[in-house]
Design a protein around this ligand. Structure first.
Ligand SMILES: Cc1cc2nc3c(=O)[nH]c(=O)nc-3n(C[C@H](O)[C@H](O)[C@H](O)COP(=O)(O)OP(=O)(O)OC[C@H]3O[C@@H](n4cnc5c(N)ncnc54)[C@H](O)[C@@H]3O)c2cc1C
Length: 382
């Protein structure tokens, strides 16, 4: 067991740090910052763990995690562009796409020219994702998609979406379709903002028609896509962790320079212990994340990624909350960065597998048995 980064891993961290330092701390939220995605592509930080033949770098999941964590710590707002070009929908297309789909819908995303998002959640299917009602029906050489997706992060800027839909009645019939935004019958709902300011929208498909070769997965798609989604959690966890370390660094610097009662805040033990607790939680979460990323490379474990995401989400959020407390009133201003770090880290306790759903997964590991989340009545009716 070796807890130090290899030379190659150190080089990834250094590269991510130097690129991030050249990026602006803020960007216009009304449009997508394509230049940031391209900057990552230009230095080889997109598709880090994807195969070279798919336009990726052929490196490891741990390298992707290190890059995202580093960018999240140095330029928090730029980390989303690294996530979008390393995890999420790009991994689904890389894993299940045909060579033509990859050429058309993966390569341009990795070059920072297009954006793809995952359309999974529906108004009545959140944590119970397999309850999704969006349908896909083959009609000659086309597939017809009907349904509505909600909470699509960065949806308003996306050029295409991986839409999870059912081709039949049972769970095994759930698959996915690549839907370009200019497809007939497709429409974005009005842009809305999360508490942290990021834009999202709904995806509305009414007899939306795309060529049949846009079907990404048909058979047993839910299980297959969840296996990728499980790995996707490493990206959310990396950003939560990076934001937590960022908040801790800001708080430490502030505590060194802000004086009250004639002394720097850093000298008050009440605050020292809060920051020590934040450091403990972040360092522990980091170990779980690196372990999950390492094992996911060869033998993905849903329990390991659940442990890692849960620990990173909780540590990131608590660290941001602690940092805000250390800043006092100055931290609570909309001008301060802490509100962003706090609301983003809070969001991942809901998004990408809520902390409760992660605990359900971990409990199954602890008891070594499955717990059906559906009520007895409904299970009996099915
Ligand atoms: C910032 C953000 C970004 C998002 N981006 C996307 C995106 O790009 N694409 C997309 O498809 N979706 C996205 N989502 C949606 C996200 O996946 C869902 O919000 C999430 O799955 C939870 O579903 P829900 O909001 O319907 O809550 P619900 O499922 O209704 O859950 C409500 C509460 O009940 C708890 N709960 C539910 N079931 C159980 C259970 N069995 N045991 C214990 N507790 C339970 C939940 O944890 C939660 O606290 C995003 C959400 C957020 C907040």
């Amino acid at each position: 067991m070796d807890f130090t980064l290899s030379e190659e891993q150190r080089a990834v961290v250094d590269l991510a740090e130097s690129v991030a330092r050249d990026l602006p701390a803020e960007h216009d939220r009304e449009s997508y910052p394509w230049e940031i995605a391209r900057a990552f592509h230009d230095v080889g930080l997109t598709g880090i763990a994807l195969p070279v033949e798919d336009g990726g770098q052929g490196a490891t999941l741990l390298d992707s995690v290190l890059a995202i964590e580093t960018v999240a710590r140095v330029r928090p707002r730029a980390a989303d562009m690294l996530q979008a070009t390393n995890f999420g929908a790009v991994r689904q297309i890389a894993a299940f796409g045909t060579p033509e789909q990859k050429e058309r819908y993966l390569a341009p995303v990795l070059r920072g020219e297009k954006l793809v998002t995952v359309g999974m959640t529906e108004p009545e299917a959140g944590s119970a994702a397999s309850d999704l009602r969006t349908t896909a029906r083959l009609d000659g050489d086309e597939v017809v998609v009907n349904g509505t997706k909600v909470f699509n992060s960065d949806g308003p800027y996306a050029t295409h979406h991986v839409v999870w839909a059912r081709f039949g009645d049972d769970v095994r019939s759930i698959g996915s379709v690549i839907v370009p935004v200019d497809a007939p019958g497709f429409e974005h709902g009005r842009p809305e903002q999360f508490l942290s300011g990021e834009y999202y929208c709904s995806l509305i498909m009414e007899d939306c028609r795309v060529p049949a070769d846009h079907v990404l997965i048909r058979e047993d798609g839910f299980r297959k896509m969840m296996s990728q989604f499980n790995i996707e959690r490493l990206g959310n966890a990396s950003r939560a962790l990076g934001y937590g370390f960022r908040a801790l660094e800001l708080a430490v610097e502030y505590a060194k320079t802000r004086n009250q009662f004639g002394r720097p805040l850093a000298e008050f033990q009440g605050l020292q212990w809060k920051l020590a607790d934040a450091s403990l939680a972040l360092e522990s979460a980091r170990l779980l994340l690196y372990r999950a990323a390492s094992t996911a490379q060869t033998t993905p474990s849903a329990t390991d990624t659940a442990l890692a995401k849960l620990a990173c989400n909780e540590a990131g959020y608590r660290s941001a909350d602690t940092a805000l407390q250390v800043f006092g009133g100055f931290g609570f201003s909309t001008e301060a960065e802490l509100g962003y770090l706090l609301t983003r880290t809070r969001a991942w306790m809901i998004a990408g597998g809520s902390v409760e759903m992660l605990k359900n997964r971990i409990a199954e590991h602890v008891f070594d048995r499955r717990f059906d989340q559906r009520g007895r009545q409904q299970a009996a009716a099915e």
